[in-house]
Write a protein that binds this ligand. Structure first.
Ligand SMILES: Cc1cc2nc3c(=O)[nH]c(=O)nc-3n(C[C@H](O)[C@H](O)[C@H](O)COP(=O)(O)O)c2cc1C
Length: 292
């Protein structure tokens, strides 16, 4: 199986790259990874400009919060970042220098102001030898919100059989389902294909008591932490999503949309039975089990 990852440089929690990365994932499947510096960039534009200029002048390698532990298992990496000072942000160099790119295909997606891609791709190619770099897409920052059709067209035009491989992987991803049987119905959840979801699947069946949290989610604290190494380390949950909040060690079924949250690992999304969620905490106990 060809494994794909979509890695993007996160500047702020609502950065552009999340939007584009989500659309790429819709097309090709794969796992999301956000590249985050340990010292976040300022949300003040001028301060961010100054720091980025200094880092470029110093050829700096800003330290990153986390790394992809299982990078060896990915064949295709979509790599997203903004054009900063006519080139890739230095944190992208920090990222690429951590891994061996032999045999991998890298597909860049770049957002930019009026300067276009400038020397982003040349500089990236130099850093990424010996990977094969595919045709990048550049999206003007004011067009990002309406760029989904452009992303779809670009992916369709890449000279690789992503659709077929994506289809296979998606089929595997969607094969695994869990359910919670309730009086008169059940909640069925399609599971994600990531290590935390795998860890949870390996523990089933489990009896749980859920409680309401924040008028947004129903939560249950697991007895021990899920293995999140290599899993996405943030997500923007929608009503019907199941996620794992790593700092507290709880599962969370969202019955309302919620904001992007660091360390919230996506585990799956409800396929049927979402209507039972709001009363979910009224049950003394429920059992979560694999759908055979
Ligand atoms: C530090 C910094 C430097 C930038 N340099 C350039 C540049 O040289 N050329 C350009 O076209 N856009 C430049 N931009 C605009 C960014 O490419 C644009 O803000 C980004 O692609 C949009 O994503 P965002 O909303 O996450 O910032 C720069 C922005 C910042 C913050």
């Amino acid at each position: 199986m060809v494994k794909r990852m979509i890695a993007m440089l996160m500047i702020l929690s609502v950065a552009f790259a999340c939007v584009l990365a989500g659309w790429i994932q819709d097309e090709v499947g794969g796992d999301l990874f956000s590249i985050q510096v340990t010292e976040p960039y300022s949300s003040d534009y001028d301060e961010c400009l100054d720091r980025a200029a200094d880092e470029k002048a110093e050829d700096a390698r800003p330290p990153l919060k986390s790394r992809v532990e299982n990078m060896d298992s990915y064949d295709i990496v979509f790599l997203g970042f903004p054009n900063w000072w006519y080139t890739v942000p230095m944190a992208v160099h920090s990222f690429v220098e951590e891994y061996d790119w032999s045999g991998k295909m890298v597909i860049p997606f770049v957002t930019h102001g009026t300067g276009g891609l400038a020397s982003c791709i040349d500089d990236l190619e130099e850093a990424l030898v010996p990977a094969t770099i595919m045709e990048p897409i550049g999206v003007y920052m004011d067009d990002i919100k309406s760029a989904q059709p452009e992303i779809q067209e670009w992916i369709a035009g890449l000279n690789i059989d992503l659709k077929q491989k994506g289809g296979r992987e998606m089929a595997e991803k969607n094969d695994k389902k869990i359910r919670i049987v309730l009086d008169g119905g059940e909640i069925v959840v399609k599971m994600e294909n990531n290590p935390a979801a795998e860890d949870l699947l390996g523990r089933l069946p489990l009896t749980m008591k859920f409680e309401d949290f924040n008028g947004t989610e129903k939560i249950h604290y697991l007895e021990s932490s899920l293995d999140t190494a290599g899993a996405p380390d943030e997500c923007t949950p929608k009503a019907g999503d199941l996620a794992y909040y790593a700092p507290w060690g709880n599962l969370a079924f969202f019955y309302q949309d919620f904001r992007n949250s660091p360390q919230l690992v996506p585990l799956g999304s409800i396929e049927s039975g979402a209507q039972y969620l709001e009363q979910f905490d009224e049950y003394a106990e429920v059992t979560m089990e694999l759908v055979p």
